[in-house]
Write a protein that binds this ligand. Structure first.
Ligand code: UT7
Length: 328
């Protein structure tokens, strides 16, 4: 029997603190940094974002999202036999112990299930889903909790107006269950490390201090140019793998970084904009959390229904990109 992975629950969480463009503009103006609601909306489509409280870590956001996904699936934490967390802002500097292990602890799990972090920046969720799908198809795991969780506000340089207005915090989760019917129809992942420098946190730890910078750096126009070209290509690759065409898609959920990139991707795929789930306006760019957040919102408001074909696409630092085509 062919084994597939099926999404049996979704959940998401946004920290309470919501900051509008107007509020951010005023905060930046007080430091002598000029920006405007008009610039942010017209260049990115973002109107507001959420920021975690100082004591909230990625794992805290992740646990809220995970509990909601578990509830939807009708499962208890100990029913899960693998946790995969995608995050570029893990709980611990140095990335260990993994945020997945902390999530396991905070969910009160006692089943010693496997737990691992996946790092592919804004493509992280797509990479994590593809990883979980492989584990399920191999027969090694049956119920996998896949999470994208970020506290990007921690790595933003609020003196850099080109980046600090774009990102926000949040988490999204899905439960993948082994199933006799699809499920995930295709996954396609790519990376090109030659572009590592255009989006990075160019620092490392040496002798107990940060060598370099602990802030996010982005060459926006270079990332923009690459993103629009790879997102169309990888969607076609995933469709081809599944033997499907773009007109069979019910929903497109691209990484929510910039509405101009998203609109261009939908247009190139020949999809009407109504078939695209958009949360970037309210969440900003939440990196690995953006796709599962958007998915959960569209599932819970009834737009995405059982049987719908959904294309999820990520692109980000590394440079990385990928697509997951799923039947709900
Ligand atoms: O999540 C991973 C993937 N990330 C992305 O996909 C992001 C990709 N890149 C982008 O979304 C866009 O490149 C940005 C939104 C980051 C920037 O938009 P852009 O149209 O590429 O603007 P730009 O960086 O070329 O800057 C245009 C102008 C510059 O001024 P000059 O040199 O033309 O005088 C900037 O200094 O806008 C200026 N600028 C701002 N002005 C007001 C940059 N940031 C701001 C700001 N407010 N916040």
């Amino acid at each position: 029997m062919t084994l597939y992975s099926k999404i049996i629950g979704t959940g998401s969480y946004l920290p309470e603190k919501r900051v509008t463009n107007q509020e951010l503009t005023e905060q930046l103006a007080a430091k002598g940094i000029e920006t405007s609601d008009e610039w942010i909306v017209s260049r990115s489509g973002i109107s507001a974002r959420h920021y975690a409280e100082p004591e909230q870590k990625s794992s805290d956001l992740a646990v809220h999202a995970a509990r909601r996904a578990l509830d939807m699936a009708g499962l208890q934490p100990d029913d899960i036999d693998l946790i995969v967390v995608a995050s570029s802002t893990p709980d611990f500097f140095g990335s260990f112990p993994s945020t997945a292990c902390i999530v396991q602890r905070k969910l009160g799990m006692s089943n010693n299930c496997a737990a691992v972090d996946v790092q592919a920046v804004c493509s992280g969720f797509v990479y994590a889903v593809a990883t979980a799908d492989s584990f399920i198809k191999s027969g090694a795991h049956k119920k996998v909790l896949v999470i994208g969780a970020e506290v990007f506000s921690r790595i933003l340089n609020f003196d850099d107006r080109g980046t600090c207005v774009l990102f926000g915090d949040g988490a999204g989760a899905i439960i993948l269950g082994a199933s006799a019917e699809p499920g995930i129809l295709a996954t396609k992942l790519h990376a090109d490390g030659r572009h590592a420098d255009i989006l990075s946190v160019p620092g490392s730890v040496a002798g107990g201090a940060v060598a370099g910078s602990a802030f996010l750096y982005m060459d926006g126009p270079a990332v923009f140019k690459l993103a629009v070209s790879v997102l169309e290509k990888v969607a076609h690759e995933a469709l081809e793998q599944a033997g499907m065409s773009a007109d069979q898609l019910d929903w497109l959920i691209p990484h929510q970084a910039n509405i101009r990139i998203m609109n261009s991707t939908a247009k190139k795929l020949g999809l009407p904009l109504e078939k695209m789930v958009v949360t970037v306006d309210q969440h900003g760019n939440t990196s690995a959390a953006s796709i599962p957040l958007a998915l959960d919102i569209a599932v819970r408001d009834g737009r995405i229904k059982k049987g719908d074909n959904v294309m999820m696409e990520g692109v980000g630092g590394g440079f990385t990109w990928g697509a997951v085509l799923v039947r709900m």
